[in-house]
Design a protein around this ligand. Structure first.
Ligand SMILES: Cc1cc2nc3c(=O)[nH]c(=O)nc-3n(C[C@H](O)[C@H](O)[C@H](O)COP(=O)(O)O)c2cc1C
Length: 389
């Protein structure tokens, strides 16, 4: 059987599936239950010097028909005191499943040092610096407000590193102009690893009857943090950019919702993946199937360890200048028998591309002289009638 175990920044995990800092890790009992169900480790909900208070409700949803695509939250960090967390970490600790303490405070390095020392003493195996939540306490200069300032990332990482003896992960925000700059800032401060992404600053929707944006609480709303499958394309790009910038180990986060999407993160350079929204929607037990799926994939491909395909996709990422702009490729009708005559290809190509497709009684044809090879028809066709060739 291929092994799922990984070494992440010097710490051994039995499998790469970790719980991210969020409601599924809100206390020790929850973390312990998840680990017993097969998760490789957990990042605690973000710990503070003084606990936060939450508003209710605090979640908004984006749906495509009945299917949920993404979620926005306006939740704060932990509501539990540090005294209480000392006990929660003892409850959470399970042999073979490292616990990562997420910490968060304002931009004063002294406060980071204070928090670092207290949290390291609880017995956590690693620290994760939350310099990335987009919506929490901007007036206190916390979260993404730190993570958007490369000098502050370096200063805080350096102060934390000089005051602890366990590995330090810096959790980056996608809400910046340059991921490479923030990655280099974390590395300069001495980070042992990078995790990304935290949520994407968003406004997930508006109730058009009242005009109040979602999520709303007490008749008001605010910009929230977007998570779930909808953010995965952003998260994959960010993880790939980090991997292109540094050889520090990476924990990939953002819309991991299956063993397949976990593999995508591993292939763009992640050693571990972290999960929140998929657990909030479907529960801790999803990991059982994910481990089986990952293992079968590895068996089928002949991989004995995750290292053998970590970062595999990076070699295929090129600057746009490396592309020929007019390669000789066209759409082809390859499964004409499957055409049900719905006409979506004709409409899409006609109004959104080059008007190269005609349809008569389920007989679809592509004019080679007009087809531009953009690939739109192949992807909108519900019957997979066409391929690029
Ligand atoms: C309700 C909620 C609360 C969260 N709280 C925290 C937090 O306290 N600290 C933190 O670093 N990230 C927090 N996150 C962000 C997640 O850890 C994760 O980075 C993000 O949701 C993307 O992953 P996902 O798509 O698997 O949810 C929170 C996310 C959600 C949805």
């Amino acid at each position: 059987m291929p092994g799922l175990n990984v070494n992440f920044a010097g710490v051994e995990f039995e499998n790469p599936f970790l719980l991210s800092s969020a409601p599924p890790t809100k206390d020790g009992t929850q973390i312990k239950r998840a680990i017993e169900l097969g998760w490789g480790g957990a990042v605690t909900k973000s710990l503070l010097l003084v606990p936060d208070k939450n508003t209710r409700p605090r979640l908004g949803f984006l749906k495509l028909g009945k299917r949920m695509i993404g979620m926005s939250n306006i939740e704060m960090a932990t509501e539990l005191s540090l005294e209480r967390w000392k006990k929660e970490i003892v409850i959470a600790k399970t042999p073979g499943a490292p616990i990562i303490g997420s910490i968060m405070t304002d931009s004063d390095p002294e406060n980071w040092v204070k928090l670092t020392k207290i949290v390291e003493e609880t017995g956590v195996d690693m620290l994760e610096l939350n310099v990335s939540c987009p919506h929490m306490s901007p007036e206190k200069h916390m979260g993404a407000l730190i993570g958007q300032d490369s000098a502050l990332i370096t200063l805080i990482t350096k102060n934390v590193k000089e005051n602890c003896s366990i590995p330090v992960i810096v959790k980056l925000t996608p809400n910046v102009t340059s991921i490479p700059d923030m990655t280099i800032a974390a590395k300069t401060g001495g980070a042992d690893a990078i995790s990304a992404i935290n949520t994407v600053l968003s406004l997930i929707g508006v109730d058009i009857e009242t005009g109040i944006p979602n999520p709303s609480s007490q008749g008001k709303s605010t910009f929230g943090g977007y998570s779930g499958p909808g953010v995965r394309p952003i998260a994959l790009r960010v993880v790939a950019e980090i991997a292109q910038t540094t050889n520090l180990p990476i924990s990939g986060i953002g819309g991991v919702d299956s063993w397949k999407s976990a593999i995508e993160f591993i292939m763009v350079g992640a050693t571990t993946v972290q999960v929140c929204t998929a657990i909030m929607w479907r529960g801790y037990k999803i990991v059982e199937n994910w481990k089986k799926g990952l293992q079968s994939f590895m068996e089928r491909k002949g991989y004995r360890s995750l290292n053998e395909f970590t970062g595999k996709s990076l070699q295929f990422l090129h600057p746009f200048s490396d592309f020929k702009t007019e390669p000789p490729i066209k759409a082809r009708v390859t499964h004409a028998d499957s055409c049900n005559g719905c006409g979506i290809c004709v409409t899409s190509c006609g109004d959104g591309a080059y008007n190269a497709i005609t349809l008569e009684d389920s007989d679809v044809a592509i004019d080679d002289q007009i087809c531009d090879g953009c690939g739109l028809c192949v992807n909108v066709c519900p019957q997979n009638v066409m391929t690029m060739g």
